[in-house]
Design a protein around this ligand. Sequence first.
Ligand code: TMP
Length: 239
Amino acid sequence: MSATLEKLEQLYEGKAKKVYKTADPERYIVSYKDDATAFNGLKKGTIVGKGAINNRMSNYLMQKLEEAGVPTHFVEELNDRETVVRKVTILPLEVIVRNVAAGSFSKRMGVEEGSALRCPILEFSYKNDELGDPFINDDYAVALGLATREDLQTVRDYTHKVNEFLKAFFLGLNIELVDFKIEFGKTGDGKIILADEISPDTCRLWDATTHEKLDKDRFRRDLGGVEDAYQEVMRRIFG
Ligand code: TMP
């Protein structure tokens, strides 16, 4: 076992996390912030305790997903907010799965939030803040050099497994997984693995009985009770 890694130079600061180099060229450390943004950074705020919740929850789910056959960037949780992850180059794709109509899908398609879908939908956005993460399809991704057809097939296969696992996992907590966004990265040896995070920032989670929102929509839509919602999800997962 090598000694525990420490943060070196900060490589990148995103809206919800910072990424640091370490002494190991194949490992980064991510540090989760309490900062929250919405609408491509137009709305800004703080969700107290969010960083620690998202760190712990994402790490837990990634370990479960590894067991279910999805390779992930998770290596080791260092503390409340910090985790060692495998170094990857993020594919510039936001991979979104929808099990129930909500959010931008409901708006675009004129379908009421909460409407059932006949099959899960997988969609891609081009991860580009300047352009507002535009909706794209496979041909766009390949034509623009964002990913190869083979990459996209791997991403689809893993994403399907992620959805099946997470849907069943959350249902066991009486939570409906309405939709979520995940990101993948490529390791130095060209393997695609699940990266970024899985948390109430990146999933729509509704209480399966009351349909109460237990996710970042409480912040996006000024519904109040944001911290309580994140803590409720934690309570249901960890007791
Ligand atoms: P949407 O309905 O706004 O397109 O969001 C779909 C899912 O993706 C929802 O669970 C929230 C998540 N999401 C992110 O994680 N990051 C984002 O920047 C956006 C727009 C959505």
